[in-house]
Design a protein around this ligand. Structure first.
Ligand code: HAM
Length: 436
């Protein structure tokens, strides 16, 4: 019986891992330099948390939540979606914001600091139809800034600046930033009513999907990619009708962005698939990704804190974004093979247990002091041991033959220059320390 990796997921093979490590370590360094600290939350949460925060009508909740069982079934053969002895109360996280807000409130962060600046790196899960750049398990670098009375246009600009800084540092050429304002929660309700009224006049021109969305979540019609919807949206929506106060806030955000030299385009049709956003929303796209070209997105979600049980009097402000690691790697073509470099590789010239044991002891001693060494544990022809040393990019070969074995020595060969020296086995560590 053969198994394959589940559809919409992928193995990150050893050759690709160095790219991930590099990206993650750059992300940690840059986020910390803006004053953000890492937080790690579970990969699953109560389903209700996602329903409440992302919205019952969002595609992510409606169609894409991957549910997990609350307790492992005693007998795996009994597990099925409808099995009575399993409780379907948890879902794999489709994104990170809801969990960070849950943790923020649960751990009373607001009692300890005026503004909590947090970031996370990890896998997210959505039951999407897989295609290039759209996976069921993907990884995000997410950033959230949350605090009482923390509604400042400078913070919006800081968050956007950090997202752009990260992407440029990862090697994304020409990231395009689009911003918009959805206004306050009250503005959103008014806009929704206005859009429904306007689109009702042309309902037959909307694509099938949007005819459904029209009732559930009319905002999503604005970012529909179908030709007929685009034409209609371009004709009807020149600007979202937000209040004067919301407009001034959006103007202030734009001024702050200009002050630090960040280029952007105001896009009145930019809306987000998650319900929690109010005021500023943004999306960053990269070239060469086809239809799934958003490498990152985010926005303000001040009211989510109240919705998840925060004290309304605290006047919470919150803004954040998430970047998709797989899409960044695709856009920067950092998916090709990388090679490992090993300090040394053991080559045993004679077969037999005693030779292997002696070589193994040397390898073990070197590994314990941090020198990377490998050896093969089966008797292999010398030629194949050397070619393995080459493949592993070993800088030195440690050669143990009969002569060396008898005299308590070892030969050390520089794999690049072929220069070889015979040294006492006791001094091999000193020798390597000098040359590495
Ligand atoms: P999002 O727009 O759903 O926002 O996702 C952010 C980024 O994650 C996308 O721009 C994309 O790069 C990546 N992404 C999303 N879905 C997939 C997928 N199926 N396959 C591959 N990559 C994907 C959020 O998740 C919000 N939590 C962002 C946020 C944080 N807003 C405020 N704080």
């Amino acid at each position: 019986m053969k198994f394959s990796v589940p559809r919409g997921t992928s193995d990150i093979l050893p050759d690709a891992v160095p790219h991930w490590e590099e990206l993650e370590s750059k992300a940690r360094k840059i986020c910390k330099s803006y004053g953000y600290r890492e937080i790690r939350t579970p990969v699953y949460e109560e389903t209700g948390l996602f329903q409440r925060s992302l919205g019952q009508t969002s595609d992510v909740v409606n169609k894409q939540l991957l549910q997990v069982f609350s307790s492992p079934a005693k007998d795996l053969s009994q597990v099925s979606a409808n099995s009575e002895n399993t409780v379907v109360g948890y879902s794999l996280r489709p994104e990170g914001t809801a969990a960070v807000v849950r943790s923020y409130l649960e751990n009373s962060f607001d009692k300890n600091e005026p503004l909590s600046k947090l970031f996370y790196i990890g896998p997210m899960f959505r039951g999407e139809r897989p295609q290039k750049g759209r996976l069921r398990q993907f990884h995000q670098i997410g950033v959230e800034a949350i605090g009482p009375n923390s509604i400042s246009a400078f913070l919006d600009a800081e968050i956007i600046a950090l997202a752009m800084h990260l992407l440029k540092n990862f090697g994304i050429k020409n990231p395009k930033l689009k911003i918009n304002s959805l206004g306050s929660k009250e503005d959103k309700a008014n806009i929704s009513e206005w859009l429904r009224k306007e689109f009702a006049k042309h309902k037959k021109d909307l694509c099938e999907e949007c005819q459904n969305r029209f009732e559930r979540n009319v905002f999503r019609v604005l970012d529909c990619k179908s030709e007929s919807c685009r034409r209609l949206v371009n004709k009807i929506v020149k600007e979202l009708p937000i209040s004067g106060e919301s407009r001034s806030y959006f103007d202030a955000v734009q001024h702050c962005l200009k002050a630090i030299g960040i280029d952007f385009e105001v896009s009145p049709h930019l809306v987000r698939g998650l319900d929690y956003y109010t005021y500023t929303v943004f999306e960053i796209t990269a070239e060469g990704l086809g239809s799934q070209d958003a490498v990152g997105a985010g926005g303000r979600y001040d009211r989510l804190l109240d919705d998840l049980g925060g004290d309304e009097k605290a006047n919470f402000g919150a803004i954040g974004f998430a970047l998709g690691i797989e899409r960044i790697l695709l856009a920067t073509s950092l998916t090709q093979e990388t090679s490992t470099v090993l300090d040394a590789c053991m080559v045993v010239l004679n077969s037999g247990y005693e030779f292997q044991k002696e070589a193994f002891k040397i390898v073990d001693r070197l590994r314990k002091v941090g020198i990377s060494v490998d050896m093969s544990y089966t008797d292999r022809p010398v030629k194949s041991q050397f070619s393995r040393a080459n493949k592993l990019n070993a800088r030195f070969a440690l050669i143990l033959g009969e002569d060396e074995f008898d005299k308590g020595k070892i030969s050390i060969k520089n794999m690049k220059t072929s220069h070889q020296e015979l040294v006492d086995r006791e001094t091999v560590l000193d020798y390597l320390r000098k040359v590495l």
